[in-house]
Design a binder for this molecule. Sequence first.
Ligand SMILES: [Zn+2]
Length: 508
Amino acid sequence: METGGNSLPSGPDGVKRKVSYFYDPEVGNYYYGQGHPMKPHRIRMTHALLAHYGLLQNMQVLKPFPARDRDLCRFHADDYVAFLRSITPETQQDQLRQLKRFNVGEDCPVFDGLYSFCQTYAGGSVGGAVKLNHGLCDIAINWAGGLHHAKKCEASGFCYVNDIVLSILELLKTHERVLYVDIDIHHGDGVEEAFYTTDRVMTVSFHKFGDYFPGTGDIRDIGHGKGKYYSLNVPLDDGIDDESYQNLFKPLMEKVMEIFRPGAVVLQCGADSLSGDRLGCFNLSIKGHAECVKYMRSFNVPLLLLGGGGYTIRNVARCWCYETGVALGVEIEDKMPQHEYYEYFGPDYTLHVAPSNMENKNSRLILEEIRGKLLENLSKLRHAPSIQFQERPPDTELPEGDEDQEDADERWGPDSDMEVDDERKPLANNSQPARVKREVDEPEVKEMEDQKVAVEQVKGVETKAEENSGSKAPDAVPMSIDEPTPVKVEQENMTKPSDQSAQMYPKP
Ligand SMILES: [Zn+2]
């Protein structure tokens, strides 16, 4: 397989990238329940591999600050977030109506620490976006994130909050256009839906299509309104191998990068598209999967790498460890180092596993048709059409002082916000700027300042009643987020005080 890529003017490929890696040591303790295929333990296994391959010392290791209610409410409905916060395994029997309403209970069970889990994985993704926005790293990684099925007011497909949508909203504060690429075997429906009507986010999903969860992602679904042609769906069938996959991925992504010219890229690296996945039916090798990372990295655009699905957990850990190496520009050896989960990887104890001999049901002809159709759709996009290029407004300045010297209470107090985005107006009675802060595991003092990061908020949890009276996100239809005032917002200056027309899409 060729490993060639493109280089944007910012620099040639092959230079080392500065990588920030988000990991919370608690994440492996969350447990969806007996027999449930989603196992957060795989994140801890990945981390152990990274540690024993010696990769942690090559990047900044950060413990995410948990996302707060109002951070989550930038996309999710207040009552849904309040429900996630309050529901427990003990009380769920009293909440049957709510459980049903929010699609919690079956695929998305209530388990101990559910809300903290959501805060943790969302905190990592948003924190990564903040790091990228501030130019403090080239690539940010959060393997605990990538939960692409969650909807504004509904859990779906093992996902409760959509950390991807939240991180893209954060990136939109700095970048006029953000590209989302999804190589999970399942359609990235939650993210597509959230940005279906905007031209500021292009979503591209490669997925199994046809009698498969979640059922969306038809090639004819291309976006709507201003977002027409800004959603790209690549429907695939069982058994796709590395070569077939890359024959689509590379030409399509090359064209997307050329035409859309994103300021940042979010790549969801769901590992259920690997050969031998417990729920998947593709036949990708780890190298084939990682080739997508390598290729997107080659464009030299700020890159957020997220996890996602992946249910044969030894292979998930293998894949994300290898892909971390790709992000760092390090080729790690196949022979696995001894570590606490070593026994999972027998009998070979190698990083790579051979794909199977399963039939590739994607014929050359069909793949060519798909490629041709999608390239044709892309050609209908003028070069970044409705978007005026404009000078980037200055970054909000980080206040001085070491956050690590604050105590926990102070950190969460409103006055401790390190960054205030005045341009984003919270809804009427929510006057507090939001922020997500992170902690650093490593001792570098100069990095401490980086932790003081802010997450702008559009909606506040505290404004439940008022929320629906705002002009924004008025109901359960996620699509409404781009309406009705996107044009207005684009005219606003970043530093202007805001009115009530809080925007789903921050203006860079
Ligand atoms: Zn999946």
